[in-house]
Design a protein around this ligand. Structure first.
Ligand code: MG
Length: 344
């Protein structure tokens, strides 16, 4: 069974003496938000007063090597630092009167193609999978992702084959295993899925196990995608260096914010690897970032999040993400959402 009851947003609003405020946040699925909020409040917040938000990259280094370094460097502390870094970039873009993607310099002015990541959960029957996929095609989607990782990989094969048959070969199809396998099962599943023309196989293995990803990548022609649980630039460098990843899914709400996100994307570009960020930000910040890198490909979306808590919601239309026009990083929440969902 796969289900999500609620999301938790941990975040920060930073005010400046120029009268401009910026908001940053990170997101967890159902638990851990309080830990991250505590990290923001106790490890980072006290070090911000008196700083100039234009020195955002220097501030990033100072915070990274500051109070959090000994107990953190990956996970809750980088998620907390993500919120602060996003808020600082939000301030810089608002100060310039530009959407973040224009402040950073666009690599692609046209709208970014999207893929629907909501196309097939493990608890759906094969009939449901087929119906859902066809419905999404009708809505204009040209790229879909479904879950795999059942105990018997032959069942995964039957489900993927049914969807592939239903949607034909003109639609991109990806699968996501959410780290369910060990190396032997991952290699077995990849063999079974090999002829389904998959755009990628996502998170087949434990995200710290770079070596096993490399072995798997050598054993299959299906491109390996990962990054939503990779928290450092160094780890991405090693994945790239060892040919253990083919699609980088770096998440701005987990890697430490916009600053290291851009580093990882540039690193991937140097390896001729595409970036398709994980939608852990509900697409709000990534809709900017994918526009500023030449190696962008697809933006991951869950359409229900178009009706999220943000002041300027992401806008999807006809299989594309429309360019955000408002100054900032699209990271401000509505006052109503803050009031309604506040905890503590
Ligand atoms: Mg995933």
């Amino acid at each position: 069974m796969q289900f999500v009851t609620h999301l938790e947003f941990a975040g920060v609003t930073i005010a400046t003496d120029a009268g401009i405020s910026g908001t940053g946040y990170t997101v967890t699925v159902g638990h851990g938000g309080r830990v991250i909020q505590e990290a923001i409040d106790t490890l980072f917040a006290d070090d911000l007063p008196g700083k100039d938000p234009r020195d955002v990259r220097e501030i990033w280094q100072q915070l990274y090597f500051g109070k959090s370094h000994w107990i953190g460097r990956a996970g809750a502390t980088t998620m907390a630092q993500s919120a602060i870094d996003i808020a600082l970039w939000d301030i810089n873009a608002k100060a310039a009167g530009l959407p973040l993607w224009q402040l950073l310099g666009a690599a692609r002015h046209s709208d970014i193609p999207i893929y629907n990541t909501h196309a097939g959960w493990l608890n759906h029957s094969i009939d449901q999978l087929r119906d859902e996929a066809l419905k999404l095609l009708d809505q204009g989607y040209t790229a879909l992702k479904m879950k795999v990782g059942l105990p018997d990989s032959r069942e995964d094969r039957r489900r993927v084959e049914a969807v592939r048959k239903a949607i034909g070969d003109g639609t991109l199809l990806m699968v996501d295993a959410n780290q369910k396998w060990d190396l032997m099962q991952a290699c077995h599943a990849a063999r079974l899925l090999q002829d389904q023309d998959l755009a990628w196989l996502e998170e087949p293995l434990h995200p710290d196990d770079i070596r096993s990803h490399r072995v798997l990548a050598q054993s299959t022609s299906i491109p390996i995608a990962l990054g939503e649980h990779v928290y450092t630039t160094h780890a991405f460098r090693d994945y790239l260096e060892y040919n253990a990843v083919a699609v980088v899914q770096v998440d701005v709400c987990r890697i430490g914010g916009v600053t290291p996100w851009l580093d990882v994307a540039a690193l991937a570009n140097a390896f001729n690897i595409r970036v398709c960020p994980h939608a852990g930000d509900l697409m709000q910040v990534h809709q900017h970032l994918v526009k500023v890198i030449p190696n962008n490909w697809l933006l991951e979306v869950i359409p229900i999040w178009e009706r999220g808590p943000f002041r300027h919601q992401v806008r999807l239309q006809g299989g594309k993400c429309l360019a955000p026009a408002e100054p900032g990083a699209s990271s401000d929440f509505t006052p109503e959402a803050l009031e309604e969902f506040r905890i503590g």
